[in-house]
Design a protein around this ligand. Structure first.
Ligand SMILES: Nc1ncnc2c1ncn2[C@@H]1O[C@H](COP(=O)(O)OP(=O)(O)O)[C@@H](O)[C@H]1O
Ligand SMILES: N[C@@H](CCC(=O)OP(=O)(O)O)C(=O)O
Length: 377
């Protein structure tokens, strides 16, 4: 794919039909842990303008924890998971109530979608999420998406919404991803560092990942900082989706394709979001160590991992969990979703498919990791 110019990327954002907009906690809340209605209303006005001009808008909104800790009497964002989840449960309701009122000023309905990382990988949940989002968009509704913080399993939760927004962009086959935060653009280093320079256009986000110095959040209410935003822009780029990163106050100009913030060019054609999740967002729970032949087959691409080529299993995981595939020297070759529970695997090792069927039955005659659930790293 020829690399698009800065101008072309801005134009494709201006012409986007389906747009996913992600807004961070600091752009919606006060440091005291309460919603900031003025900020929220200003954002909604910009989104409503695009919606009323015919765009299909999905809003991925953080802020549940940051809007919930103040009303619950905490002075700062709590650090422990259970209290964060309680804050999210309170804050999410307050957030939606405000979005409902704010969008209704423009006659626009909102619908809440709370999603977990698992919903983006399990086929039935993925299709359910896709069908509901598509239908909401057909009905002119603005879906407001957040991670299901109150119930999310800590082992595999996103934590930030940046990477989730890139997966949602994939699910709704978006034409553009807009990441709104508390800084006006990506800088060559954290803006607090003297000498850091603003970047207007990133033609190749994979190169930028190596060259730009990024840090985590410093706002006290946000989570991922610039690290997860660059990952989201990367995920969008490899899905063929252009992205723009800027501050929430620039939402309107960004949607119109004005040269605000930082634009990221797409670098590939669209891929599957399950594979995207495995590659970028999953946290492996174990390891399968493979022999030289299996390592070669996996590295060559499009091969499933068969038990015949696996030497050892490490860790405690269930079928469907993400795992590393390592070569004998301990180097990670790929990430994948295991087809079996870790405790079932030792007796399968080194056996070919015919042996597995004969000794253990048809349900064991499958790859340990199917090629559709495997990505090279
Ligand atoms: N290279 C960089 N360029 C711009 N911002 C950066 C960079 N590295 C770190 N940051 C920080 O990332 C912060 C935004 O992330 P975060 O606080 O998680 O926002 P949000 O809540 O909107 O997701 C900025 O306030 C900034 O201080
Ligand atoms: N789902 C969480 C997101 C947490 C968070 O801080 O995200 P972000 O502000 O996007 O870095 C919430 O709504 O509080």
């Amino acid at each position: 794919m020829a690399q698009p110019t800065h101008e072309r990327v801005r134009r494709s954002i201006a012409q986007a039909q389906t747009i996913v907009i992600k807004v961070g906690s600091s752009s919606l809340t006060k440091p005291s842990g309460h919603l900031d209605p003025a900020k929220l209303d200003a954002l909604v006005a910009a989104l409503a303008c695009a919606r009323l001009q015919g765009a299909r808008i999905v809003l991925v909104s953080s802020g549940a924890i940051a809007a919930g800790f103040g009303p619950l009497g905490f002075e700062r964002r709590p650090a422990d998971i259970a209290t964060q989840q309680a804050c999210a449960s309170v804050g999410q309701g307050l957030l939606m109530a405000r979005y409902e009122v704010s969008f209704s000023r423009f006659g626009i309905r909102v619908g809440q979608i709370l999603i977990t990382a698992e919903d983006t990988i399990r086929a039935t949940q993925y299709h359910n999420a896709q069908r509901t989002l598509d239908r909401l968009l057909d009905l002119g509704v603005v879906p407001v998406v957040n991670e299901n913080d109150a119930l999310a399993n800590n082992e595999i939760r996103f934590g930030d919404n940046d990477r989730l927004s890139a997966l949602v962009a994939n699910i709704v086959r978006a034409d553009a991803l807009v990441l709104l935060t508390d800084v006006d653009a990506l800088y060559t280093a954290p803006p607090s560092q003297p000498g850091s320079k603003k970047i207007d256009f990133v033609p190749d986000v994979e190169r930028a990942l190596n060259e730009v110095k990024v840090a985590g959040s410093s706002s006290g209410v946000g989570t991922g900082g610039m690290v997860t935003k660059l990952e989201a822009a990367h995920m969008a780029a490899v899905s063929g989706i252009p992205a723009v990163l800027t501050c929430a106050a620039n939402a309107g100009p960004a949607l119109m394709g004005d040269p605000v913030g930082t634009a990221f060019a797409p670098i590939k054609r669209r891929g599957s979001s399950r594979r995207l999740w495995i590659k970028f967002a999953s946290h492996p729970r174990g390891v399968l160590v493979v022999d030289t032949g299996a390592a070669q087959a996996v590295r060559a691409g499009r091969a499933s991992l068969l038990s015949a080529g696996v030497l050892e299993v490490r860790g405690d995981f269930s079928a469907g969990d993400p795992i590393w595939i390592d070569d004998e020297s301990g180097k990670h070759i790929a990430k994948g979703l295991s087809g079996y529970d870790s405790e079932e695997i030792p007796r399968m090792l080194g056996r070919n498919t015919a042996q597995l069927r004969r000794f253990f039955g048809d349900e064991y005659a499958h790859p340990l990791v199917h090629r559709d659930n495997l990505v090279l790293v």
